[in-house]
Design a protein around this ligand. Structure first.
Ligand SMILES: *[C@@H]1O[C@H](CO)[C@@H](O)[C@H](O)[C@H]1NC(C)=O
Ligand SMILES: *[C@@H]1O[C@H](CO)[C@@H](O)[C@H](O)[C@H]1NC(C)=O
Ligand SMILES: *[C@@H]1O[C@H](CO)[C@@H](O)[C@H](O)[C@H]1NC(C)=O
Ligand SMILES: *[C@@H]1O[C@H](CO)[C@@H](O)[C@H](O)[C@H]1NC(C)=O
Ligand SMILES: *[C@@H]1O[C@H](CO)[C@@H](O)[C@H](O)[C@H]1NC(C)=O
Length: 391
């Protein structure tokens, strides 16, 4: 029934294609991602966009064969300033095609992967490094407890916790980690060196682990091991909101261009602003989103800053992160006087030491959250055998 009359109601034709048809930058990541985006463009290739299964199948295959992934040194020819890059950036460039790292420690008892009923409401996935025993201990005993946790509203919700680790060079510390893992069953470790620019691998590999080992968890908290989270308040928030992804959203951030800083990204690698992303100190998202992130991440080249990478994946899913002012990934504002109850109004605060985690739990605990005996919370227990000698 498209008659003459309705024609004037139609929006004018766009003069040009509304996706970028030309690549106007000489940055490595932009170039290879441009090709990937074109390949999966839902308008140019609807069949690929709607049927991601072939993509995920491929990674399953390569995982099973356990193929080693070798650095690609030829890639240096595509970057005119390769020789001048700092070493960590060189490592990024030569290994960014590798992501199927072997699981060294795979805890099996965190969730019952089959059972939908009894799945955790919240799975906490905490990025940590092998040597940070104290942080893990404090988290284990304070905001990252596993089990039925009372929300502020008084409801019981099942919470599970895993720690996400790469490998360190120190064999003694690695051995201690294995003992810790045997004792607590909450360690996931993959076979890559645990550097700052490799943190993105933890997200990507965690989504894969999640899809196989804990696929029915309703929500995920992903955060650092130096934050404090008011878990009972987070649970209340989740139950009320059914949110997709929420955190401290950073918009219009530009790459840091000063060589020698931790976040340095040269123009020969990435050009343009970063998409909006929730700060990596701590972010909450739904389990269903994690499954979609796993699929879309296979179409987004690894980017060495983990929270920016999450933003890149969200952008391609068309999901907008929700900004929540109670996620203080940059701590309390320095110039504002602190309210007496400030610690009771947050969902997350960065950066906090293990001792401060205990103190904050003490301070923010409601009678609900105290143990049945009412005993104050003190540092203790998550101890492993420090007398270990290497054979
Ligand atoms: C680039 O890699 C090739 C092959 O590995 C090597 O021979 C060459 O010296 C490298 N060039 C730079 C600028 O690093
Ligand atoms: C960056 O710093 C490194 C030393 O950390 C230096 O070798 C390199 O030349 C610098 N690169 C540029 C592009 O300035
Ligand atoms: C990441 O880990 C891999 C595997 O251990 C390593 O080859 C690569 O150099 C690391 N990348 C960075 C940026 O450290
Ligand atoms: C809040 O917590 C911090 C430690 O994280 C502590 O220094 C401070 O005294 C606490 N209370 C208030 C009211 O700021
Ligand atoms: C927690 O508070 C109790 C008293 O309310 C105190 O005895 C205990 O030392 C505190 N624990 C920590 C780790 O601050």
């Amino acid at each position: 029934i498209v008659g003459e009359a309705s024609r004037t109601d139609l929006a004018p034709h766009p003069a040009k294609s509304f996706w970028r048809s030309k690549l106007d930058s000489g940055a490595l990541w932009n170039i290879i991602q441009y090709m990937m985006d074109r390949q999966y463009n839902p308008i140019l290739r609807p069949h690929l966009a709607e049927n991601p299964s072939s993509v995920s199948y491929k990674t399953e295959m390569s995982k099973r064969t356990g193929d080693r992934c070798f650095p690609n040194y030829e890639i240096n020819n595509t970057m005119p300033d390769y020789a001048k890059l700092p070493i960590q950036m060189k490592n990024v460039v030569t290994t960014m095609h590798c992501r199927d790292y072997l699981l060294i420690i795979d805890p099996l008892d965190v969730c019952d992967a089959q059972a939908k009923k009894g799945a955790p409401t919240l799975l906490m996935a905490i990025k940590t490094q092998t040597a940070n025993f104290e942080n893990r201990e404090a988290i284990w005993e304070t905001w990252g407890r596993s089990g039925n946790i009372k929300t502020l509203g008084g409801r019981q919700r099942l919470v599970r916790r895993v720690f996400l680790l790469g490998k360190s060079k120190d064999l003694h510390i690695e051995e201690k980690l294995h003992l810790e893992s045997e004792k607590y069953g909450d360690v996931i470790q993959w076979d890559f060196v645990d550097t700052f620019f490799n943190l993105t691998l933890k997200d990507v590999l965690f989504w894969d682990w999640f899809s196989r080992r804990c696929p029915h968890a309703r929500f995920i908290f992903k955060g650092d091991d130096d934050v404090f989270v008011r878990t009972p308040a987070v649970l209340d928030y989740l139950l009320a909101e059914e949110t997709f992804v929420v955190g401290d959203v950073i918009s219009n951030a530009a790459p840091i261009r000063s060589n020698g800083t931790k976040y340095y990204i040269p123009e020969s690698f990435y050009k343009g602003l970063y998409p909006s992303y929730p700060g990596g100190g701590g972010v909450l998202y739904s389990g269903s989103l994690a499954h979609r992130l796993l699929v879309v991440s296979q179409r987004v080249h690894l980017f060495p800053i983990d929270d920016v990478y999450l933003g890149m994946c969200l952008q391609r899913l068309g999901v907008y992160p929700i900004d929540h002012p109670a996620f203080l990934t940059f701590d309390f504002p320095k110039d504002e006087p602190k309210e007496p109850c400030a610690n009771h109004t947050i969902l997350l605060v960065h950066k906090r030491s293990p001792a401060e985690m205990f103190q904050l739990l003490n301070e923010t605990s409601t009678p609900n959250f105290l143990r049945p005996t009412g005993t104050p919370i003190t540092m203790k227990m998550r101890k492993i055998n420090f007398m270990l000698t290497l054979s």
